[in-house]
Design a protein. Structure first.
Length: 365
């Protein structure tokens, strides 16, 4: 099982922290993760607000590729409606050339209305823009040529230079929660990405749908294992871990309420966001404390032995998966985030990395 570090670059919950310190702390944790044996460094793309601000994760990964030559780099995700697909394909191909085939390219369509507004766009267009741009980019990375015949991105056929020198098979990811996004992910043949933000049994229908549609779209081949973006607080004492995890995860849930306007009404009327309409209804009914409890049921926290039991139980529900783990969220002081990461790396990471998909384990026996 591959396990990566997820960077979100947030200042929500850290009163008065300057932006440069946010970046210094996340990048310091990334360096530790690279040294301690994690498989991938991942970053979100978000803009403008305390919730998260990494406006160009491909640029970030280019810097990290040079600084940490022994680890893969991943985007979780490049938000396609905010970009030109030709430029994204060029940037990803060039980065993959420079880093020797270590890029794991993840895409999404965006969720925060206020980010769309700042980009002079609307959430109503996000599905059409993603569905038109994503196959153009994937085809470009696989073939070296890009072409678009849709109304949003009419693109003359042109060669990507420098040509992509490495196969992207197995290295394409797509964030998906709604049925439309799951279907799009399956058509692309991408690895589906989900976030640990609600109890996992609620996610099983979407996961099963992805597996079925992937088989239908790809000649019966099974879908690659899910990737889960996790939020972890690894701490030696159970009582302290629960108290601190509730504090920091509660603050992170609060930031979600604020950034995504989960108590508003717009998700019910915006096309293609049904999964988030469900999440918004849960938020309205349960309030912040109830949503925090649901988040804690999905996320990973506690001493290492508890975390491993919970992750094993999750695996029994959703099947095999990769993980991208955030240790810095919700106002966690840097010293605690580093302690959590180090303990996780020492006692949780080696166990997870020893897990093999069922078919590989059977073949090895």
């Amino acid at each position: 099982m591959d396990v990566g570090l997820m960077m979100i670059f947030s200042s929500y919950g850290w009163e008065g922290m300057p932006d440069h310190q946010v970046w210094e702390e996340d990048l310091k944790l990334a360096g530790l993760a690279a040294d301690l044996g994690f498989d991938v460094l991942w970053s979100a793309e978000h803009h403008f607000f305390d919730y998260s601000f990494c406006p160009d994760n491909l640029q970030l990964m280019t810097w990290l590729a040079a600084k940490h030559p022994g680890i893969d780099l991943g985007t979780a995700a490049v938000i396609l409606p905010w970009h030109d697909p030709l430029r994204v394909a060029e940037q990803a191909a060039m980065l993959d050339l420079l880093c020797g085939g270590r890029l794991r390219f993840g895409m999404g369509r965006g969720l925060a209305r206020r980010e769309f507004t700042a980009f002079r766009g609307t959430m109503d267009e996000s599905r059409a823009r993603f569905d038109e741009a994503a196959p153009m980019i994937v085809d470009a990375l696989r073939t070296g040529w890009i072409e678009g015949r849709g109304p949003l991105y009419p693109q003359p056929r042109v060669e990507i230079r420098p040509r992509p020198p490495h196969s992207f098979d197995g290295r394409i990811y797509a964030v998906a929660s709604s049925e439309d996004s799951v279907a799009s992910c399956a058509r692309l043949g991408a690895r589906m990405v989900m976030f640990s933000d609600r109890p996992w049994p609620m996610r099983v229908p979407a996961i099963e749908l992805n597996r079925r549609l992937h088989r239908e779209n790809h000649g019966g081949r099974e879908a690659p294992p899910l990737m889960i973006v996790d939020f972890a607080f690894c701490w030696p004492d159970l009582a302290e871990a629960e108290d601190l995890a509730r504090r920091y995860m509660g603050k992170f849930v609060e930031s979600n309420f604020h950034h995504y306007e989960l108590l508003g009404e717009h998700f019910a009327s915006v096309k293609g966001y049904d999964a988030y309409a469900q999440k918004a209804e849960i938020a309205k009914k349960s309030g912040l404390s109830g949503a925090t409890e649901g988040f804690m049921k999905a996320a990973a926290w506690g001493p290492p032995d508890r975390m491993l039991r919970e992750i094993e139980a999750r695996r029994a529900v959703v099947g095999e998966f990769e993980a991208a783990v955030s240790f810095r969220f919700g106002g966690i002081p840097y010293e605690q985030a580093e302690t959590s990461l180090r303990l996780y790396a020492k006692e949780v990471l080696p166990v997870l990395q020893s897990w093999k998909p069922a078919e590989k384990a059977a073949a090895a026996e």
